[in-house]
Design a protein around this ligand. Sequence first.
Ligand SMILES: Cc1ncc(COP(=O)(O)O)c(C=O)c1O
Length: 396
Amino acid sequence: MNNRQLFLQHVAQTSDAPLALEIVKAAGMYMWDAKGKQYLDLIAGISVCNIGHCHPAVVKAIQDQAEQYMHLLVYGEFVQSPQVAFATALTRQLPADLNSVFFTNSGAEAIEGAMKLAKRYTGKTEIAAFNRSYHGSTQGALSILGDEYWRNAYRPLLPGIRHLEYNNYESLEQITDKTAAVIAESVQAEGGVIVPQREWIHALRDKCAATGALLILDEVQCGLGRNGTLWAFEQHGITPDILVLGKALGGGMPLGAFIASRDIMWSLTNSPVLGHITTFGGHPVNCAAGLAGFNALLEMDVIKDVKAKGQLFHERLQHPAIKSVRSLGLMMAIEMESFAVNKKVIDYCIEKGVLTDWFLFAPECLRIAPPLIITETEIRHACMIICEALDAVTAE
Ligand SMILES: Cc1ncc(COP(=O)(O)O)c(C=O)c1O
């Protein structure tokens, strides 16, 4: 059996139609398959590789840390310098109240931790989340996921969850003094890039403050520069009580975090002690990689060009088959007539060496979320291929 067959035989599958490309190398904006074919990456491993694949500083940090030590003890017991350095670097770039970082293995685990933290700190149990939101695939994260089709097969889920409408003022009335937390993506990603109206997100912030609910902002996908600023909440002009990060946080290694004030975070330390525990969360090699990636992101100064690059995509993606384009920075959803059309466009692009995808709750939309280092020439090339694909698909 070849590798592809072994993959289908022995690696558990998530769908009956995996892309199943066999990638043997990745660097910067590109991946190469076993036959040497090159792919321009327009999705960055689903918003992970913000500074490109295998950034040399990240690779070096991983090698150096692996030679010093790897796993020592479960999270939270030892002073591990990669964790300390990364937590310090992150909090330096955050508002003063977001000064305590709890590192996890993934975005979903960070969401679980944030939900538990809000319950402990407020002493309340209800949680509000939004329709069309995605926060991960574990039971708690699935309970707040904003689409009944995806939730239903796994009921019973967590009790006390309310689903509100994003960008809807009336919905905010469901946030009451029983609400422990409201969880929102700063930009709804899997919903097909839905950006909150500024006034609405301020109203949400105010409602949380008035009822004593904690506002949890999920920037797992939109954070770390993708939206055009380091944090998307900066653009909205609000500060969450708890910030959730993941994906690009580890520089390509698995790492998540929930970040709050030290006062709020302290609730996890007592009655009972060990409120959230993890063996591998904040793994020293992953924190070293994350720190190197974070420093590279800031030093390369790529975030300042994100808006202009997004704009160039807008300008070049002119085609009668495109129904709308929703975006913030380098998070873009290109709306087609249907999933069938979108899938044909995606397949055509992959055939031509441009890797793109669709969205969980917006399958009719083409996903564009490349590494932030993408150049103007690469954007022009990608847009040419997408328009060519649209010509081919609509001519059928
Ligand atoms: C907005 C958002 N939150 C949370 C998650 C969950 O992260 P992970 O897949 O690392 O568990 C995702 C993953 O796609 C996400 O997009």
